[in-house]
Ligand binder design. Structure first.
Ligand code: DGL
Length: 284
């Protein structure tokens, strides 16, 4: 790499300059909320996605297992030419960010820090709520990062394990979904949070209902949008923004391909995605 650009020579000694490829991984297809935001800001940047649909969900897995999976997912992306890695999955980010940063030399972006920065920037009273999977909430990472930046903050967390399956079933406006969101948010409302972090890939899809049930005055932090902004700032600062004239084809790999995962992919990203089957051990 030179000045951030990948320089490649072919066997005739000709030089090619490649734009930096964004690698994104998630436990499944929920990370498409991050892809959606990345594509709004960086429409021309090449992107490769890996969704570990064979081993999803991550939100119920142990710390050690999440580290192992995150390591394998990162290797897969690097093996396919990613120049930076985005951990779209909050459960994986909560467990594995520091280990991945130690083990891999490429820049590693994750969903926690940018969301915390935004929450701290917009909170009025420093009373911040977090919703996520069990793995994310029990890791305590969000609390830790918030308190390291705003020691006086009050942080209240709530695991919402039913929300991921509801989104994946497409029950986005169902009465049951609204009731469950309301029940999960009740304890946070009672604590009078003024800011709420959506600490899971799937929750931006339910943003409207979450806003309604959290209360109008609560400010919502969409982690998928925040991490995309952080990646954009980095690529721009590195002078790496891809130009419109260069056409790239984004690739979306999953470790298990079923009609259901294709359907959920469509729900998140629209018709433009074609999922490809990939095994973690093969390059592809
Ligand atoms: N991607 C996961 C997360 O953001 C949610 C789905 C799962 O549990 O695998 O934590």
């Amino acid at each position: 790499m030179q000045g951030g650009k990948h320089i490649i020579w072919n066997n005739r000694g000709e030089i090619f300059i490649m734009d930096i490829t964004i690698g994104v991984f998630d436990s499944g297809v929920g990370g498409f909320t991050v892809v959606r935001e990345l594509k709004k800001l960086l429409p021309n940047q090449p992107l490769i996605y890996f969704g570990d649909t064979a081993r999803t969900p991550y939100g119920t897995k142990s710390h050690e297992t999440l580290i192992q999976y995150a390591r394998e997912d990162t290797r897969f992306l690097l093996g396919h030419g990613a120049g930076l890695v985005v951990i779209a999955c909050h459960s994986a980010a909560s467990a594995a960010t520091s280990i991945l940063r130690q083990e891999f030399s490429v820049p590693i972006f994750e969903v926690v820090s940018p969301s915390v920065d935004q929450a701290i920037a917009i909170t009025r009273q420093g009373v911040i709520g977090l919703i996520g999977t069990r793995a994310t909430v029990t890791s305590g990472v969000y609390e830790e990062v918030i308190r390291s930046r705003l020691p006086a903050a009050k942080v209240y967390s709530q695991a919402c394990p039913l929300l991921v399956p509801l989104v994946e079933e497409g029950w986005l406006k169902a009465r049951e979904t609204r009731m469950i969101v309301k029940k999960y948010l009740r304890p946070l409302r009672d604590r009078q949070i003024d800011t709420l972090i959506l600490g899971c890939t799937h929750y931006p899809i339910l943003k409207r209902i979450i806003q309604e049930k959290a209360g109008k005055r609560v400010k919502i932090v969409d982690a998928s949008a925040e991490v995309a902004r952080a990646v954009y700032s980095y690529i721009e600062a590195e002078g790496q923004l891809s130009e419109k004239s260069i056409r790239h084809e984004d690739r979306f790999f999953v470790s298990d391909l079923t009609p259901a995962s294709q359907e959920v992919a469509r729900l998140f990203l629209g018709n433009r995605v074609r999922l490809e089957m990939a095994s973690l051990s093969c390059k592809g």
